[in-house]
Every structure is written in structure tokens, then in C-alpha cells.
Ligand binder design. Structure first.
Ligand code: PNS
Length: 158
């Protein structure tokens, strides 16, 4: 059986924490579509095309992983591609409330689509896309925290 999951997020940009979750999730799922969500009300550092390209470049040695984007609901995307699982990462208890609420909304829309949560490894617990951007703005070297293609793009955006 080919088990497909989607991994939705803003990925502005993708970090080593996200990459670790993708690699671990590949032990559970045969195929993963990383879904870059486009929220017109949200301000991003990178365009959707840049975010998609950085993810493709960062995971090019994983043919089981593909990348797409949507400006709609993630549940609708999952229904369209026939995925019945949605991957999300959890770092600390502070993530829980937001994830719990979003999961309830997603279950209300379609209870057949199950969210599966992967706990961040302790070395990635402090990494978020926002922290990375703040560190870069403050002149901190983030080369150990993001994939090489993201590091290059962050330097270009400085
Ligand atoms: O990486 P993020 O910013 O925590 O990801 C949040 C994301 C993109 C998964 C969430 O905002 C989302 O699912 N957006 C698409 C709209 C949607 O489906 N909302 C949930 C049900 S109303």
C-alpha cells in the first residue's frame, strides 16, 4: 500500500527542524507532499515560488518527497490528492494550543483526514522560521540550522 501524507506549513523558510521531521516521517509514510501554504493576509520574507524551490533543492535526494503550494484549505488539498494524513511538528507545549485548535478545525471539515504529530528532537526545539529570520537580521550565522540552499537565499536577502 502506498501511504501518502501531506506536510503543510508556511516554510518561510524551511529549517533543519522541518527537514528532520520529513526524514523521520518517511519511515512511516511512502510519499510526502510538502505543501507550502499561501495566506494572502500574512507577510512572508520569501515568495511562494522561492519557498517551494528552496524545499525542492533541500530535499532533492528524496524522490518520495514532492513540493506543492496552495492558497486554499489544507484539508481540501489532502482530499484532492487522496492523502488521509497530515504531518505537523510539535516543539514545545506552547505549540500545542494552536495545533489542537487547528486540528479540531480540520477534523470538523473532514474527519477522515488524520493529523499526525512528530515531536521535535531536542536539538531542533528552539528552531523556528521566525527565530532564523531574527538571528539572520542580528548577524548570527545560521548555517548549522538551515539547509545549504536556504542559507544561500538568506544571505541574498540580507
Ligand atoms: O508553518 P505554520 O505557519 O505553522 O503553518 C500553518 C498552516 C499553513 C498549516 C495553517 O495556517 C494552514 O493550514 N493554513 C491553510 C488554511 C487552513 O487549512 N486552515 C486550517 C483550517 S481552517
Amino acid at each position: 500500500m502506498n501511504v501518502l501524507a501531506i506536510y503543510p506549513g508556511s516554510f518561510d523558510p524551511i529549517t533543519n527542524g522541518h527537514i528532520d521531521i520529513v526524514k523521520r516521517a518517511l519511515r512511516v509514510f511512502d510519499k510526502i507532499i510538502i505543501l507550502v501554504a499561501v495566506n494572502p493576509g500574512k507577510k512572508y520574507l520569501f515568495s511562494v515560488e522561492e519557498r517551494v524551490q528552496m524545499i525542492k533543492d533541500s530535499l532533492k535526494e528524496y524522490p518520495q518527497v514532492s513540493v506543492d503550494s496552495t492558497s486554499g484549505l489544507t484539508v481540501h488539498y489532502a482530499q484532492k490528492v487522496g492523502a488521509n494524513a497530515m504531518i505537523r511538528g510539535l516543539r514545545a507545549a506552547t505549540d500545542f494550543e494552536y495545533e489542537f485548535q487547528m486540528n479540531n478545525a480540520n477534523v470538523f471539515i473532514d474527519k477522515q483526514i488524520e493529523s499526525i504529530f512528530f515531536m521535535a528532537k531536542h536539538e531542533f526545539m528552539f528552531i523556528s522560521s521566525s527565530t532564523i529570520k531574527e538571528m539572520v537580521a542580528g548577524g548570527i550565522d545560521v548555517s548549522k540550522l538551515v539547509p545549504a540552499p536556504v542559507y544561500t537565499m538568506l544571505k541574498e536577502h540580507q
